[in-house]
Design a protein around this ligand. Structure first.
Ligand SMILES: [Zn+2]
Length: 142
């Protein structure tokens, strides 16, 4: 997940190297949550189960072996390109200690950040309302 330019200064100067060390050194190129391998295209079902080509089995979002899909499940299957990113467990980019970092695939990263994204979204809406009240009088919905 790319870093927003306005937040770039919060990350340590060696973030690229640190992130690479976490993703490929510690995690061995696999998501530390579900085990999806970096830079591969996997088969994934609508409910999140994915096919582990190496072990020839289906896995769930926690990386545990899952039931084989039925015909209906196969209908929702798609190919997903996996990219690992390094996530801050406490959502604080100033805290880049290795025990606060985790190599996550896109799906796990979005799930991990969901509450934080919702919190920031609520804050953005409140800020917009406040600016609307400040410059245009009562904030109006369009
Ligand atoms: Zn994952």
């Amino acid at each position: 997940m790319p870093i927003k330019p306005e937040l770039r200064w919060l990350y340590p100067i060696d973030w690229r190297e640190l992130s690479r060390l976490i993703r490929f050194g510690r995690a061995g190129g696999r998501c530390e949550q579900c085990g999806r391998p970096h830079a591969t295209t996997i088969r994934q079902l609508a409910d999140g189960r994915w096919f582990d080509e190496e072990r020839r089995c289906w896995r769930d979002d926690s990386g545990k072996p899952a039931d084989w899909p039925d015909v209906v499940d196969y209908a929702g299957m798609s190919g997903r390109r996996i990219r690992l990113a390094t996530a801050h467990l406490d959502h604080d980019p100033l805290n880049s200690r290795p025990d606060n970092l985790r190599a996550l695939c896109q799906r796990c990263h979005l799930r991990h950040d969901r509450r934080e994204h919702l919190r920031r979204r609520r804050l953005t809406i409140k800020l917009r309302k406040a600016l609307g009240d400040l410059f245009d009088g009562q904030y109006r919905r369009w």
